[in-house]
Design a protein around this ligand. Structure first.
Ligand SMILES: Nc1nc2c(c(=O)[nH]1)N[C@H]1C(S)=C(S)[C@@H](COP(=O)(O)OP(=O)(O)OC[C@H]3O[C@@H](n4cnc5c(=O)[nH]c(N)nc54)[C@H](O)[C@@H]3O)O[C@H]1N2
Ligand SMILES: Nc1nc2c(c(=O)[nH]1)N[C@H]1C(S)=C(S)[C@@H](COP(=O)(O)OP(=O)(O)OC[C@H]3O[C@@H](n4cnc5c(=O)[nH]c(N)nc54)[C@H](O)[C@@H]3O)O[C@H]1N2
Ligand code: SF4
Ligand SMILES: [Mo]
Length: 732
């Protein structure tokens, strides 16, 4: 007999409400929950593949311990934790706590309780070495927020916007950055029908760009130029919000002076776009100036963030919103009020700029340090390779896949091989797990309880993330792990180490996530003798929620709560302002103006530009193991048909793609949605170095191998050039 249970899909941060069909204790099907008031039955192929993930014969059900260079053996989870705790203690004794690092990857969205316990573990042993995928994703977001400041009234409403700019993001596929995640294709279509004018900047006519009123199909890497150009038009044509700028913004003159360099003709020529379209985009964007609640956001994705100057591009996006006064005003509805995070008073006032970079924790390479985005992951491989005090000897990899995802795969390979201890928490034998000393398989998402708190908090990461209604949901575990499995929840692994190492671990309630208030998180110390339940941890995490978890639990299946918050006016004596003339950003913009649009090297020897792209069936490397749901098993190198013709190539041919750093094979495929000279290719495919050359049709290839972390990187966050990579195409 089939039972159905409401549940929350946690494959990606959209957190769709789903129905899990369970037959004799086995997850057999996932469908959308049509009764859910927010998701209304929406799912995507990755969510519908949850049964294949949970029941996959290749799923690991026992901890693995390396037995030889190429083999692993089963080990009991308690024994594994005994051995790992002993090893870590011995390494700390010899090399100090900084030798132990944790890397948390994208899979953490499936296991939202774990990161807090992992951080507490690191604090317990005294190591500052906590890294996440955030710094190889869109670290510019955090830098820009710090340089610009935040607006206390929060986000603009997607539902009432006159215009909306999306730069190098494709929310229809990624469900991230740009449009709300509850069926972004539908949300964009509805916006278009309402008359919202969408402006998209992308070298490809993406599924999102198809909904655009104006698509600036610009060359990649020119986002700072284009955004500065839009600002220049808005300023010279006096389309900005004078009153808002006088009251709440500083730095206007500095910005105006700098963007004046970026005349429409200069920008159009440099980015290879039509000058009239550029001017039309600026006028369209500014068309709601002075109309409270009608402004539009500028949202940026991985494209600009991975093409260098990501922080600057994000910053100029904020500048566009601030010169137009496109922030919620007193009397407007609060667009994303908290539910499972704490209530706060939304005020129409700035939270002025704060320190976002150059934090005291230094890396030993490239003069990098911790920033508001965290520790620079692009330098972690160097930290494992560089001998001397502080060298990283232990890596615990929590739901991430460095071998597939980190920039410079060859260096990552050497670095991971150099470790004294690599522990991978993952549910299958990934390319990273293959190099591990221990692999610890977890329960999978539908085997553990969940709340929607993580998705709610994501609104602080960028527009189009987080729910745009006061929505929340709780779901218990709906299936048990397969019979005989000895799997450990990720948080319980860190807890197990903590018990053995005599640490007092805690979880921090999510108060601290709310950037609009100054209060710090509430810490709940865990009982280190009697193991808490995952539900108890969720209770700690939601301790300060506006609507209690107890209340949310009563409404199984997701509910939009009656939270009708109105933005309050500015405190009478408040003088803080947003900043649009940050000196470092203005200098970087001058540098952009001075730099040649494309280096000679790129033009002569590497005439193509490889840009990032996401596939609907996978989330980075996760899902590649689900052969039935995956479709194509490799990542095609999409190119314009004219480029293929010119090179005498046809779809399906194998080529060698060389960057100034390294080379990979690729299988070309015609894609007329691309600009000439662009190769659009997904990351996190292929195998470890040497494994994919002869198997490119079976497993694809790894674009991260083409990236150097030492040349062309952001000096603040360390993110290297990971999109807009110069490449040459050779027939083989
Ligand atoms: N060249 C290039 N490189 C890139 C990018 C690019 O566009 N181009 N994108 C970058 C970006 S944006 C990111 S975020 C990073 C991603 O970097 P990572 O997060 O390191 O890579 P993923 O492949 O997402 O790894 C997620 C892992 O989590 C595992 N996982 C999934 N669910 C669970 C679970 O419930 N529990 C546990 N324990 N594990 C789970 C999956 O099996 C997978 O191995 O890659 C970056 N690298
Ligand atoms: N289905 C699916 N969903 C995912 C993921 C996945 O792998 N698959 N990954 C998740 C993760 S980790 C992340 S970070 C988000 C990312 O979410 P998005 O940022 O929306 O990612 P993409 O879909 O790759 O969109 C990037 C776009 O930037 C364009 N682009 C590339 N270079 C440039 C440039 O220099 N300038 C401009 N203007 N555009 C450029 C590309 O053509 C592409 O359309 O998606 C998340 N969601
Ligand atoms: S969009 Fe994300 S959360 Fe929704 S079904 Fe797909 S993978 Fe799951
Ligand atoms: Mo990402």
């Amino acid at each position: 007999m089939t039972n159905t249970h409401s549940a929350i899909c946690r494959v990606c941060p959209a957190y769709c409400q789903i129905i899990a069909h369970v037959d004799a204790g086995k997850l057999t099907k996932v469908t959308g929950d049509k009764d859910d008031p927010y998701f209304k039955g929406y799912t995507c192929p990755k969510g519908r593949a949850l049964p294949e993930q949970h029941n996959n014969p290749n799923r690991l059900l026992h901890c693995q311990k390396r037995a030889s260079a190429n083999t692993f053996e089963n080990i009991g989870s308690e024994a594994a934790m005994d051995e790992i705790a002993d090893k870590i203690a011995a390494i700390i004794e010899k090399h100090g706590p900084r030798s132990v690092a944790v890397y948390g990857g994208t899979g953490q969205v499936s296991t939202p309780v774990a990161p807090s316990v992992a951080v507490s573990f690191l604090m317990g042993i005294g190591s500052p070495m906590h890294f996440t995928s955030s710094t190889i994703d869109q670290p510019g977001k955090h830098i820009a927020m710090a340089a610009h400041g935040l607006w206390g009234a929060g986000e603009l409403d997607f539902n009432t916007a006159n215009s909306w700019i999306i730069v190098g993001a494709n929310p229809v596929i990624s469900k991230a950055s740009g449009a709300p995640g509850n069926n972004p294709a539908q949300r964009l279509k509805a916006a278009q029908e309402r008359g919202t004018k969408l402006i998209v900047i992308d070298p490809r006519v993406t599924e999102t760009a198809k909904r655009a009123h104006i698509h600036l199909q610009a060359k990649p890497g020119e986002d700072p130029t284009i955004l500065a150009g839009l600002l220049n038009i808005i300023i010279t044509e006096k389309l900005y919000d004078q009153a808002f700028i006088e009251e709440d913004v500083e730095g206007f003159e500095a910005l105006a002076e700098r963007v004046a360099l970026f005349t429409p003709e200069y920008v159009a020529k440099r980015a290879e776009i039509d000058v009239d379209q550029l001017i039309a985009a600026a006028r369209t964007y500014a068309s709601a100036v002075g109309q409270s609640g009608r402004g539009g956001a500028v949202t940026l994705g991985t494209g600009p963030n991975m093409s260098l100057h990501g922080s600057l591009s994000e910053y100029l996006g904020y500048c566009l919103m601030s010169v137009c006064g496109y922030w919620s005003r007193a009397g407007d509805k609060v667009t994303k009020p908290n539910v499972l995070t704490p209530a706060y008073i939304a005020k129409a006032q700035a939270r002025p700029p704060y320190k976002g970079w150059d934090y005291p924790e230094k890396m030993r390479v490239r003069n990098l340090s911790k920033t508001a985005s965290g520790m620079p992951t692009a330098a972690l491989a160097d930290e494992m390779l560089l001998e001397g005090e502080g060298q990283v000897k232990v890596l615990i990899c929590l739901a991430g896949n460095p071998m597939m995802a980190w920039p410079d795969q060859n260096k990552t390979y050497k670095a991971l091989k150099n470790l004294e201890l690599l522990v991978v928490l993952d549910y299958h034998m990934t390319a990273t797990a293959e190099l591990a000393h221990y692999v610890i398989p977890p329960k999978l998402s539908l085997e553990t309880p969940a709340t929607t708190q993580l998705c709610e908090g994501n609104k602080h990461y960028g527009y189009g993330l987080g729910f745009d209604e006061p929505y929340a949901s709780y779901a218990p575990a709906v299936v048990e792990p397969p019979k005989g499995a000895d799997v450990v929840e990720e948080w319980a692994f860190f807890y197990g180490l903590g018990q053995r190492m005599g640490l007092n671990l805690f979880v921090a309630s999510q108060t601290g996530w709310d950037k609009f208030q100054e209060s710090s998180p509430a810490f709940a110390f865990l009982d280190m003798k009697n193991k808490p339940t995952t539900d108890e941890l969720h209770e700690h995490l939601t301790a300060n929620a506006r609507i209690s978890l107890e209340e949310v639990k009563k409404h199984r299946g997701g509910k939009i709560y009656e939270v009708k918050e109105i933005v309050q006016p500015k405190d009478p004596a408040f003088e803080g302002k947003l900043c649009i003339g940050n000196a470092m950003m203005m200098q970087e913009l001058a540098d952009v103006f001075a730099e040649p649009p494309a280096s000679q090297e790129a033009v002569n020897d590497f005439p193509f530009r490889l840009v990032c792209r996401r596939l609907n069936s996978v989330i980075n490397s996760a899902g590649r193991e689900l052969k039935k749901s995956l479709g194509k098993q490799y990542n095609p190198a999409y190119m314009h048909p004219d480029d293929l013709n010119r090179l005498g190539l046809s779809s399906g041919d194998t080529v060698l793609l060389s960057s100034p750093h390294s080379a990979i094979r690729g299988i070309v495929e015609a894609d007329a949605t691309l600009l000439n000279g662009i190769i659009s290719m997904t990351h996190a495919f292929g195998g470890n170095p040497g494994e994919d050359d002869d198997k490119v049709i079976e497993i694809g290839s790894n674009t991260g191998r083409l990236v150097s972390v030492e040349k062309n990187y952001d000096p603040i966050t360390g993110i290297p050039l990971m999109s807009n990579i110069p490449v040459r195409v050779d027939c083989i």
